[in-house]
Design a protein around this ligand. Structure first.
Ligand SMILES: Nc1ncnc2c1ncn2[C@@H]1O[C@H](COP(=O)(O)OP(=O)(O)O)[C@@H](O)[C@H]1O
Ligand SMILES: [Mg+2]
Length: 226
């Protein structure tokens, strides 16, 4: 279970204070596929950064499993980010000089997984996300956007995280490819029993998730179907 309580994040720029997360509370049961929608600037990326412990909240708590990540020390946070969370970004963020397979193996290397197992799991994950054998040895520059995002999703799953956070994962893809990537995330949340939270502009896509959170000016205005 992911449980967010009274989460507040403010940014100060010059004389003004922006309340990017304004007293947000919600929970997501394990294995659910949830979406976050809202117009640009409504606080979607801020919320995801807080959930992934890439940034600290001003106040409030985020309990993942049985641990409040807002109270973790630095070395615990590094462990949390590396082992419990998988990130998927709009711009894929693959390492350009590593092959697809090496990109997926990288987080397992940080987690000190033995090499033989890294290769085995890397290949099996790439197969699972639909990459062809001959594409696994290619560097990102020789893969299409959709293929790169498949690699990024496989990489996010590498250390069997409890939670996958995806910030507009289909934002750079055409509609058809975007739908395929979304369906892939959906089926993975079921199969790998991973909680997935995905930010999207596409209300049609959001309507297919188990739960939708609507943000408006940093506030959670509803957590019902759109
Ligand atoms: N590092 C930052 N410093 C100052 N303001 C920020 C920062 N990050 C986000 N904001 C502000 O917080 C609000 C929410 O931003 P963001 O979470 O990126 O929205 P979204 O992802 O929904 O477009 C915006 O007003 C944005 O300008
Ligand atoms: Mg954003």
């Amino acid at each position: 279970m992911l449980e967010v309580k009274n989460l507040v994040k403010t940014f100060r720029s010059g004389d003004t204070t922006v309340i990017a997360a304004n007293d947000i509370s919600f929970s997501v049961p394990d294995g659910q596929f949830a979406s976050v929608v809202g117009r640009s600037g409504s606080g979607k990326s801020t919320l995801l950064s807080l959930l992934g412990a890439l940034d600290l909240p001003t106040s409030g708590s985020i309990v993942v499993g049985d641990r409040d990540i807002t109270k973790m020390r630095d070395h615990e946070l590094i462990g949390y980010r590396g082992r419990s969370i998988g990130f998927v970004f709009q711009s894929y963020n693959l390492v350009p000089n590593l092959t697809a397979l090496e990109n997926v193996m990288l987080p397992m290397e940080f987690a000190k997984t033995p090499k033989a197992e890294r290769i085995k799991r890397g290949k099996s994950l790439l197969q699972e996300v639909g990459l062809q054998d001959d594409q696994m040895g290619r560097k990102p520059g020789r893969l299409s956007g959709g293929q790169q995002q498949r690699v990024a999703i496989a990489r996010a799953l590498a250390n069997r995280p409890q939670l996958i956070l995806a910030d507009e994962p289909t934002g750079n893809l055409d509609a058809t490819t975007g739908k395929m990537i979304f369906d892939l995330l959906h089926s993975l949340s079921r199969k790998e029993k991973t909680t997935i939270i995905v930010v999207t502009h596409d209300l049609e896509i959001a309507g297919k998730t188990d739960k939708t959170f609507h943000l408006d000016d940093g506030r959670l205005v509803s957590n019902n179907r759109s």
